[in-house]
Design a binder for this molecule. Structure first.
Ligand SMILES: [Zn+2]
Length: 274
């Protein structure tokens, strides 16, 4: 009960923030023929997507993860288990996300179960809300990557809290229910003191990555991405990929072939690391 009351206070505070943003003219209101279904009781504005954002440097690497705690970050799963984690960030190109989940479905139909984790920024959600319901219906997970993809070293505590909650609401609006996964992937993998503090207060675990496909890089090709990811793939690896273009989506079938050939199991975070 205390938790629920705490949540309501947060929602109220965020509601005030949202009103301020609306008054400042930053966002447009949702279309009248698309009534809000946000379970939190107020409409969420659709705004234009932020657009593709390269993810340069991985976060500082943790030496060894003892426990996966709220407010702390991890960058790999259990090295003693054959799990690997494919993750797709940004997701501003819904057709690329559809391509990924349809590819995964083909493998599932062949008896190779594949689940992955998406980290859409909130601005990617409203473009195709049905897509995100399908992602969940097919057993994949959705994490939080902020609403506007700000730099973590330039955002205040309250600013980051709003960013995470806005994304929560955008996902809840699309799913027509609350997203029960509380995983935060900071843009650019920057784990600052604010990131830790906000995630602790909102009940989020922070996840960065072990390997980076670099599918976003200038001149990236499917062949190059397949080589890069194949070099990474082993027990417990969390692989960073993106769905703001098609390179990683198109590389996914060959990556899955490598995973299958190595006897690894592709599953969603937080399975196996709770
Ligand atoms: Zn990102």
């Amino acid at each position: 009960m205390a938790e629920r009351e705490f949540g309501r206070r947060q929602l109220l505070r965020l509601g005030i923030g949202a009103v301020v943003v609306l008054k400042s003219g930053g966002f447009g209101l949702a279309a009248a023929d698309d009534p809000p279904v946000n379970p939190f009781g107020f409409g969420f504005p659709d705004i234009a997507p932020v657009g593709p954002t390269p993810e340069p440097t991985p976060a500082p690497q943790a030496e060894k993860i003892e426990k996966y705690k709220v407010g702390e970050f991890f960058n790999r799963g259990d090295p003693d288990k054959n799990y690997v984690y494919l993750t797709y960030d940004d997701d501003y190109t819904p057709r690329a996300v559809w391509q990924v989940i349809n590819t995964l479905e083909q493998y599932r139909n062949q008896g190779f179960e594949v689940h992955v984790t998406f980290f859409p920024a909130g601005g990617a959600i409203g473009q195709d809300k049905g897509l995100w319901r399908e992602v969940i219906a097919r057993g994949h997970k959705i994490g939080n990557h902020t609403y506007n993809h700000p730099r973590m070293d330039r955002v205040s505590y309250q600013g980051l809290k709003n960013e995470i909650l806005w994304q929560e609401y955008a996902v809840a609006d699309a799913l027509r229910q609350e997203n029960d996964v509380k995983l935060f992937r900071p843009p650019w993998g920057l784990v600052t003191n604010n990131v830790r503090a906000v995630c602790r207060d909102l009940g989020y675990k922070i996840v960065t990555w072990t390997g980076d496909s670099k599918g976003y890089a200038t001149g990236a090709t499917v062949d190059r991405v397949v080589l890069t990811v194949s070099a990474d793939l082993k027990n417990g690896v969390i692989e960073l990929m993106h769905c703001n273009n098609f390179v990683d989506a198109l590389a996914t079938p060959r990556i899955l072939e490598t995973i299958r050939a190595r006897g690894l199991r592709p599953i969603s975070i937080p399975e196996g690391i709770e």
